[in-house]
Design a protein around this ligand. Structure first.
Ligand SMILES: Cc1cc2nc3c(=O)[nH]c(=O)nc-3n(C[C@H](O)[C@H](O)[C@H](O)COP(=O)(O)OP(=O)(O)OC[C@H]3O[C@@H](n4cnc5c(N)ncnc54)[C@H](O)[C@@H]3O)c2cc1C
Length: 464
């Protein structure tokens, strides 16, 4: 029988999601598969979350739950020990919140063996360029990159992660991760942070470390800050007891009863939130459309602040900034922003109030999280997929539309057999697909689906 040709999968985006998928694919199906990872940054595995050099930017998940592999839950803690990593002057344990820069090193180390295989037949290529367009052809899918390549593959997976917004019109507006985000600001002037989630928390810590002494305003509609992690008793929720397919209100009432019973037996609501997590994607997929809209409108800030929590050390620093009066959290809506000679004048209205207030700030930092509407994305791949009608926005307007197998849905409603999505870019389909524990599970499912689609197991049996 004729030898089978190798299949080729190209992954656009070499952040945590892209790296985890590459590892998952190559771990099982390496011999009959080559993978190309396209990453525009200089390093892989870092992405938005793990590119920071700041040792005070900690993981918001404890070490024991940050293994790259669901089948090997101690992989990360073992790596920490093998590499003699030290956190806060001591060896980190499973409950430690490790600096994110260490986690970036861990992810990068996972991919290294596949790039430098001794046989010389490396199954993984890393292309440091920006993917500009991905389109289907008769033979597969072609990805065009900023350095002029046209990479042909059987399948492309878009793992572009946290989106970047279009550049703002005002010069004083910046993103939190831009190199100059904390630089060039008069240490006594005022800074406004839009958003009050974990990204705001990171930014405030970095700004204070840079010596900023002036007021920092953090503004969001509800002014809800992330809750703090506490040690919790593990709790499991049986899938059969989850009210799948029901309204937000029904699910809310059911969930509150669980949280109440936890509290009355001496436990903590955090156990209930954590126990719900494995079911969130299923709940989301089965929820009626109107309930999803209602959740996004009313319950999302509550869920986000209870689900995405701060490490205690980080929470102490934020509490200190608030107590000293430097950090002022506003539950308000920005009404208008006008440029001035020294920054911007911001008009805002506090929640429940009528009068408009004004602050003068030197810098505005956008910490509002993942950009929702893909039509405003600055990512050329997203823009090209939409322009080529290979993609469409999800009806909720919070991302591109993907089906339950992570296949991209085209403008005319067809699920692609060539282009897939992974990680936060698939949030409209799965909602809870932001953190590593969820992404690693998605990688296993997607890898299995691609194996079936490309008949990689058949290739393996032919080879043996
Ligand atoms: C500040 C922050 C802290 C977090 N902390 C934690 C945590 O402690 N624990 C946890 O589990 N999760 C955390 N998360 C959640 C985070 O979403 C995931 O852990 C994970 O990093 C997501 O990875 P990603 O690869 O999907 O996205 P990203 O990290 O955004 O990476 C996407 C990558 O794709 C590249 N890219 C995008 N478009 C293109 C293109 N067109 N061409 C080439 N390259 C492209 C980008 O350069 C980037 O490197 C955090 C998120 C943030 C923002």
């Amino acid at each position: 029988m004729a030898a089978q040709s190798r299949k080729h999968i190209v992954i656009i985006g070499g952040g945590a999601s892209g790296v985890l998928l590459a590892c998952e694919l190559l771990r099982h199906r390496g011999r009959w598969l080559t993978v190309t990872l396209i990453e525009k940054r200089q390093s892989v595995g870092r992405g938005t979350a793990y590119s920071t050099d700041n040792p005070d930017h900690l993981l918001n998940v404890r070490a024991f739950n940050m293994s790259a592999f669901a089948h090997d839950p101690k992989n990360f803690t073992r790596w920490l020990a093998d590499n003699n990593e030290i956190v806060g002057g001591r060896e980190p344990g499973p409950l430690t919140f490790v600096p994110r820069k260490i986690y970036g090193r861990y992810l990068e180390s996972l991919i290294a063996p596949y790039v430098s295989e001794a046989s010389g037949a490396a199954r993984l290529s890393i292309v440091h360029a920006e993917a500009r367009r991905a389109h289907e052809s008769a033979d597969g899918v072609v990805v065009e990159t900023s350095d002029g390549r046209q990479i042909l593959a059987d399948v492309a997976v878009f793992a572009g992660g946290h989106d970047e917004a279009q550049p703002a019109e005002l010069a004083c507006v910046t993103g939190p991760w831009e190199p100059n985000a904390t630089k060039g600001i008069n240490p006594n002037s005022s800074v406004l942070v839009l958003g009050t989630g974990l990204t705001m928390v990171d930014y405030v810590i970095a700004l204070r470390e840079a010596g900023h002494a002036g007021p920092i305003y953090a503004l969001s509609r509800r002014g809800q800050l992330p809750q703090v992690h506490r040690p919790t008793m593990p709790l499991a929720i049986n899938r059969a007891s989850v009210p799948m397919g029901q309204s937000t209100l029904a699910i809310w009432n059911w969930f509150r009863a669980i949280a109440r019973s936890q509290r009355s037996s001496g436990g903590d609501w955090r156990s209930a939130v954590d126990a719900l997590r494995p079911h969130v994607s299923d709940i989301w997929r089965r929820m009626p459309f109107e309930s999803k809209q209602r959740f996004l409108r009313h319950a999302r800030p509550w869920w986000d602040s209870h689900r995405h929590r701060m490490a205690p050390r980080v929470a102490d620093e934020i509490a200190q900034a608030r107590t000293s009066g430097q950090l002022r959290v506003l539950a308000a809506k920005a009404h208008r922003i006008d440029g001035t000679d020294h920054g911007a004048r911001v008009l805002f209205r506090r929640r429940g109030h009528h009068e408009i207030e004004t602050i003068e700030v030197e810098r505005i930092v956008l910490c509002t999280g993942v950009v929702s509407d893909p039509r405003t994305s600055a990512n050329p791949t997203v823009a090209a997929l939409l322009a080529d009608r290979l993609a469409r926005p999800d009806p909720l307007g919070i991302g591109l539309q993907f089906d339950g197998n992570c296949a991209l849905v085209s403008a005319d409603g067809r699920a692609s057999t060539r282009i897939f999505g992974l990680g936060p870019v698939t949030r409209a389909a799965f909602w809870e697909i932001i953190a590593v524990p969820d992404i690693r599970d998605q990688c296993v499912r997607l890898s299995q689906h691609l194996t079936d689609l490309l008949k990689l197991d058949d290739d393996l049996s032919l080879a043996s």
